[in-house]
Structures are given as C-alpha cells and as structure tokens.
Design a protein around this ligand. Structure first.
Ligand SMILES: Nc1ncnc2c1ncn2[C@@H]1O[C@H](COP(=O)(O)OP(=O)(O)OP(=O)(O)O)[C@@H](O)[C@H]1O
Length: 277
C-alpha cells in the first residue's frame, strides 16, 4: 500500500438494481475515503442504500459504476483483510456449531496451526466478555451474547478493516449501549479501521470519529461531520455533553433536509424513468 492511499476509497459508486424492465437506482454517486485506523459511521434514512453500499465494499455485489479500493487494491470479490458483522446475528451464526467452531470457521481459510487458531478464538471470546461459552450453541445464548459471538468471530480473524451493518438494530437498548462501548474499546485496542453503518443518529455521533451523512435515495454523500468529542467516551457523560447534543442536532437536521428534498419520508429508492437512463 502506498503511503497516500486510504484504507478504503469509494469513488463514484453507483448501483442500479435491474429486474425485468424495472430499474431501481439505489446509489447514484458515492465518493468518500476512510483512513487506516479510523472509525467512521455512515448514517442515512431507511432505504437509502446503506446495505447496498456495504455489500459493494465487501465485494458481495458488483457496482453498476465507479470503483471501490481496499488497502490500495480494487475490490473484486471479498477482500482478504476484511471482516463483516451483519445485523441479523441469528442468521450469521450456524446453529449446529458450537460458539468455538463458529468463531474458528473463518480462520480455517487462513493457513495457521490449529493451536494458533484455538488461541485466537479464546482471546477473541475473552475480549468480548464471553470466556467460558466455547462449547455452548448460539441458540442457548441471548441475542446480545450472540451478537458478541459474531463480533468475536470478526476480531479473531484479525482484520485490517471491519464493516458493521446496523449490528445492534435487533438488541435491547441496554445491551446496545454495552455493545457500542465494546466496539469503541476494541477499536482503540486493536487499531482496526471500522466502517459502521447505522440509521441511529445518536449511535453514529457517540461511536464515530467522523460521521458521513447519506441523502435519501438516489443516494449521494450529503454532508460530513468530524466529531468533536473526547476519545474517552461513556454513555452517561458523553451523551449529556452539550457538544454531543449540538452535533446530533446537526446530523438530524441534515437528514431531515435530505428527506424533504426528495419528498420521500420513507426514502424509497429512485425508480428510473426512461429519461434518466
Ligand atoms: N436485490 C434488489 N433488487 C431490487 N431493489 C433492491 C434490491 N436490494 C435493495 N433494493 C432497493 O434499493 C434500495 C436500497 O436498499 P438497501 O437495503 O441498500 O437500503 P438500506 O439503507 O440498507 O435500508 P434500511 O435502512 O431500511 O435497512 C431500496 O429501495 C431497496 O428496495
């Protein structure tokens, strides 16, 4: 990687879904970068294409236009140093495998001795507060614990870049707060680059060093905020900090403005008329 290369570079990304004669322009023209070691949150109205963007970045979906570069190289298929944590932990863990086997699974693709794999699994589970659960099955754990397993699996893989797609949308508020703090502490300890997608404005400002705001569909990066909060954050004090409330109000206003501009409160994707094509 050259020194001036960002860890993630999204350049003019466009995605149009086609099914039969129907075309939906989910992403119009997205350009942004994430530097190595940054924690960037991406926030936008429902249906604005956040998942589409992450799938393009993860090499799971082919863009219609533009390019994605990870660690200086163009993305064509899942990049080797990348791990992804999805929203639906229930579907991302295999119910017939123990916690240990679930966390170890991606490591089998890396050539390393079994003893090292076991070591990484144990360390990762300890880092998310789940030591002792190795032989349990996912369905024996609470939703929050299952999402911790999914995070441990990503951490054990030792990624250089971690994508998180609304990972806490399905857990209760208290668990969510704990998991947010877990992500920040892992990020600070491991120095990994994180792109965290959420529709929750408070979560984006609480977690991020920077917040990228997406417009409603068809989607562009509408605004960007460098978060002015101390690196040491905690749920009680940070959320009561006047800087926090001012910044969340700013992001909220931007997103409302984006929704008003397209006139779609629900943010339905742009159906293409023949004149647009
Ligand atoms: N496979 C597909 N075929 C056709 N249209 C699709 C497909 N996947 C997504 N879309 C459309 O593209 C738009 C963006 O969807 P996407 O799931 O990326 O949005 P999102 O911001 O992640 O949504 P949410 O916040 O509600 O989860 C939506 O309008 C959706 O209907």
């Amino acid at each position: 990687m050259r020194k001036d290369d960002a860890m993630l570079k999204v350049d003019g990304l466009r995605k149009v879904y086609r099914s039969g004669s129907r075309e939906v322009e989910a992403l119009r023209d997205l350009t942004f970068t994430v530097e190595a070691g940054e924690l960037v949150c991406l926030v936008g109205p429902s249906g604005c294409g956040k998942t589409t963007l992450l799938r393009c970045v993860a090499g799971l979906l082919e863009p219609t236009g533009g390019e994605v570069f990870v660690d200086g190289g163009p993305v064509a298929g899942p990049p080797p140093g990348m791990a992804v944590v999805f929203q639906e932990y229930g579907r991302s863990l295999f119910p017939w495998m123990s916690v240990r086997d679930n966390v170890e699974l991606p490591l089998r693709r890396k050539k390393m001795p079994r003893s090292r794999r076991r070591e990484l699994v144990a360390e990762a589970l300890a880092s998310v507060g789940l030591d002792g659960t190795e032989s349990a099955y996912p369905w024996q754990l609470s939703g929050g614990m299952q999402q911790r397993v999914a995070i441990a699996r990503a951490v054990a893989y030792e990624p250089t870049i971690l994508l998180m797609d609304e990972p806490f949308a399905a857990v209760d508020a208290q668990t969510r707060a704990d998991l947010e703090d877990l992500v920040r502490s892992l990020w600070r300890r491991l120095g990994v680059t994180i792109l965290f997608v959420t529709h929750d404005i408070d979560e984006a400002v609480y977690l991020g060093q920077r917040v990228l705001m997406l417009s409603a569909s068809p989607t562009v990066v509408q605004d960007e905020l460098t978060v002015d909060l101390p690196a040491e954050r905690d749920q009680l004090h940070t959320r009561a900090d006047p800087r926090f409330t001012a910044q969340r109000a700013h992001v909220y206003a931007q997103i409302q403005a984006a929704k008003a501009r397209t006139g779609t409160a629900s943010g339905a994707a742009g159906e293409l008329s023949s004149a647009d094509r």
